[in-house]
Design a protein around this ligand. Structure first.
Ligand SMILES: Nc1nc2c(ncn2[C@@H]2O[C@H](COP(=O)(O)OP(=O)(O)OP(=O)(O)O)[C@@H](O)[C@H]2O)c(=O)[nH]1
Length: 392
């Protein structure tokens, strides 16, 4: 739709333009009363004057529209150009009133009410009050200029004073109401932001493992599926590894569950630190790519990495973990892990890929633990193939 495209795809710009067009539309409300005032001789300008004022209003609104639509207005704090739009409307209203004869002025004072309604889109009480002061002072200046040198004890002057006082009362009153709405809107916006933050926090917590702080199985499954879709789209390789701590039960039995928990946390920190230093994962955020699959089992995603690269990476991590005493309340404890690595093959499901890596990990356990084995490219039901072991 052409009109939709005209309003921009960016939601903030769109909203600003919608408001700007509403403001521009409100000028139209005064076209018919203005024309009638001209027709019945209550203005000092004729139809050409009315056309000139309308032309100025259209031109100024076109400039505002282009400034917002092009993104130029984003360099200002008031990116909706609300205050400039109101100031221009104020100047046009005062000009119109200047050319209106007394009979029609009261009606045209409604112009100011329309301006204050437009301010509801974003002005604070303080800004409303400033606008009110400006409107009243401008009208006072207009009266002062018109009655310069004339007698002031006349019904005409008193009528102007009455209008001025009415303008003051109405605009001040509208300022407080407008400010109240602005504060309500701000509260709603604050609550929406707080809710969005809370939701993000809930999502983050729901994808974290409470004990180790790394991502949990739910996150890993989503990340794996995302990676699988991406690999299919761009035809790029990626691999996964399943890491399982060796004889972890013995730590629990010897030092207690608490120390077992500490080992799990320290193991994660050690793997993350090591992976961060490896070239193969330097481009990716290791926090995204590594997580606890369950118990003492972990999964690592290796985006953009074919099997050979993944094997090298896991072997270096294996060697680092083996060589690093993990800090626990029972002192420095050494642990090892067995891992199975599988490269994604187009057409296979995430579950199948995981199952292949899992099968390789179990073979690593059976072949003596503390080693990294690669999965076969074949299906799980194929007879076992001789595997390459990277054990030192
Ligand atoms: N402390 C602690 N222990 C856990 C946690 N989750 C699982 N375990 C323990 O991990 C142990 C896993 O034991 P097994 O499955 O026999 O495996 P293993 O002792 O690591 O032996 P292999 O895997 O065959 O090398 C069990 O004793 C579980 O209770 C946990 O969150 N904290």
């Amino acid at each position: 739709m052409a009109f939709d495209r005209l309003l921009s795809r960016d939601s903030d710009t769109r909203l600003r333009l919608q408001r700007q067009l509403m403001g521009a539309g409100s000028y139209m409300m005064f076209l018919l009363p203005g024309a009638l005032a001209v027709r019945w001789g209550w203005t000092d300008f004729g139809y050409p004057g009315l056309c000139a004022l309308s032309g100025v209003a259209i031109a100024v609104n076109a400039v505002f529209f282009i400034a917002i639509r092009s993104g130029y207005s984003r360099r200002f704090a008031d990116a909706a150009l609300l205050v400039p739009q109101i100031l221009v409307a104020l100047a046009l209203a005062i000009t119109t009133l200047h050319f209106m004869r007394s009979e029609a002025r009261s009606i045209m004072l409604m112009l100011f009410v329309a301006m204050f309604f437009f301010g509801l889109f974003g002005l604070t009480t303080r800004q409303f009050l400033r606008l009110s002061a400006l409107a009243v002072l401008s009208y006072a200046a207009l009266i002062a200029a018109e009655f310069q040198g004339l007698a002031l004890h006349t019904p005409a002057f008193r009528m102007e004073l009455l209008r001025l006082v009415s303008l003051l009362m109405i605009t001040v009153w509208l300022s407080f109401i407008g400010g109240y709405f602005a504060s309500l809107r701000q509260k709603l916006a604050d609550r929406r932001d707080a809710l969005r933050d809370a939701l993000a926090q809930v999502k983050e917590l729901s994808e974290r493992d409470e004990l180790t702080g790394v991502h949990n199985r739910r996150h890993l499954m989503r990340a794996l599926e995302r990676e699988r879709q991406r690999a299919l789209r761009v035809d790029a390789p990626f691999s996964i590894a399943i890491l399982d701590l060796d004889r972890f039960k013995q730590f629990n039995d010897a030092h207690g569950h608490q120390v077992g928990d500490e080992i799990l946390g320290e193991f994660c920190a050690c793997v993350q630190q090591c992976a961060r230093e490896l070239d193969v994962l330097a481009r990716e955020d290791i926090d995204e790519a590594f997580g606890r699959y369950g118990g003492e089992e972990f999964v690592m995603l290796l985006p953009h990495t074919p099997l050979d690269g993944a094997m090298l990476c896991l072997e270096r991590i294996r060697a680092t973990v083996e060589a690093t005493p993990l800090r626990t309340s029972a002192g420095g404890l050494r642990t090892t892990f067995s891992a199975g690595v599988a490269e994604f093959h187009p057409g296979e499901s995430s579950a199948h890929l995981l199952a292949r890596a899992d099968a390789a990990m179990y073979r690593a356990k059976h072949e003596g633990r503390n080693r990294v084995l690669s999965a076969t490219a074949r299906t799980l039901t194929d007879p076992p193939q001789p595997q390459r072991s990277t054990e030192n």
